[in-house]
Design a protein around this ligand. Structure first.
Ligand SMILES: NC(=O)c1ccc[n+]([C@@H]2O[C@H](COP(=O)([O-])OP(=O)(O)OC[C@H]3O[C@@H](n4cnc5c(N)ncnc54)[C@H](OP(=O)(O)O)[C@@H]3O)[C@@H](O)[C@H]2O)c1
Length: 323
């Protein structure tokens, strides 16, 4: 059994964290790297390994088992489509696409070519989530009925791509996607979405407050740029509630409180930087010949983008490439 060979495109901050994590996955190796700035690809390969490719097409021509896409949001769908058409499995950074319509094109190509595609949404693969599931099975609190969570980033420099409409910027797609994940993961797809917020001087959303209704309950979500928020998430049920402590999107600690006064603390520190867990899961899917993750499945990515599309439309944010 050869190690699974990953190609990485984009060598920025999240790619570094992923490459670090890959070192903690026993049956995987970084085999090829492409970045639009060749010197940066070389520096990345010098540190983490892999062949430096002169172009994205050259990377796809390498003998790879999978491509990890770590470029800004607008590249996610086109690079995923090209990699899937070349028969490479794709692990794509969040958001899986800039809209549900874009994601549908990716999923159609994945289905047509029979190739694995997964959005790299890290929280459900952290050991804390498995331990929480396990605990709630043994000592249940009933169906989760309310999810309350947010993510806000203070001190983001005004020059950051997250403020650029051409880069599909804004809080919703960049960090609101995590809150969308938590709501959809525990409650299923949103049936109604009601969003309030603010667009900043560059025209992207800098604040969004989103209430959603689902078959099983409701969620209260928020995201903000240039805002200091709480990194705690609440999952409430009839027989108790869970607090996933800061930072709930890199989950390592949770407290479960029962109405009879019992309190259970779960601590599951992550090793390897945290992206190793999603990478290990993805490798398991590859080895098993699966085309979709049972955890971060296509329906979940779809439902997250449907929620974000609706919220973005209510805030009046249309990206220049959508006009
Ligand atoms: N899962 C997570 O925890 C997490 C955390 C942060 C970000 N992300 C996601 O990861 C993606 C990248 O974020 P980041 O923070 O790593 O950004 P970053 O540090 O700015 O890195 C972006 C990389 O993409 C390259 N790039 C920029 N524009 C490109 C284009 N038009 N075509 C091809 N390559 C291009 C950049 O090349 P140059 O170096 O030449 O500019 C750089 O290597 C985003 O979609 C973000 O949502 C995920």
């Amino acid at each position: 059994m050869h190690p699974l060979r990953f190609g990485i495109i984009g060598t920025g901050s999240i790619a570094r964290r992923f490459a670090h994590g890959l070192r903690h996955v026993p049956d995987a190796a970084l085999a090829a790297v492409w970045n639009r700035t060749p010197g940066k690809a070389q520096a990345f390969a010098d540190e983490f390994g892999g062949v430096v490719c002169a172009s994205f097409d050259a990377l796809l021509a390498q003998p790879l088992d999978a491509v990890y896409i770590a470029t800004p949001h607008p590249g996610h769908a086109p690079y995923s489509v090209a990699a899937l058409e070349a028969g490479k499995a794709v692990l794509c950074e969040k958001p899986a696409a800039t809209s549900q319509a874009e994601l549908e094109r990716v999923l159609a190509v994945a289905a047509a070519h029979g190739v694995l595609f997964m959005e790299a949404m890290k929280p459900p693969f952290y050991p804390l989530f498995a331990q929480l599931d396990d605990h709630l099975r043994r000592d249940p609190i009933g169906p989760i009925t309310l999810v309350r969570a947010g993510f806000a980033s203070p001190g983001v420099p005004a020059t950051h791509a997250v403020y650029d409409p051409a880069q599909a910027g804004g809080a919703l797609l960049d960090i609101g996607v995590y809150a969308a994940f938590l709501a959809v993961h525990w409650l299923g797809p949103a049936q109604t979405v009601a969003a309030l917020g603010r667009l900043g001087p560059s025209g992207v959303d800098t604040l969004a407050v989103v209430n959603t209704s689902h078959a099983q309950g409701c969620a209260q979500l928020y995201c903000g740029l240039g805002l200091s928020g709480s990194g705690e998430a609440l999952l409430a049920a009839p027989g108790g509630h869970v607090l996933i402590h800061e930072k709930w999107w890199n989950p390592e600690r949770a407290t479960i409180r029962y109405p009879d006064g019992r309190t259970v603390l779960i601590e599951a520190p992550a090793v390897g930087g945290g992206l190793n867990y999603e990478a290990a899961h993805f490798c398991g899917l590859l080895r098993a010949g699966l085309r979709e993750s049972p955890v971060m499945d296509h329906a979940k990515s779809r439902a997250m983008l449907a929620l974000l599309d609706a919220a973005r439309a209510q805030l009046g944010l249309v990206y220049p490439f959508e006009r």
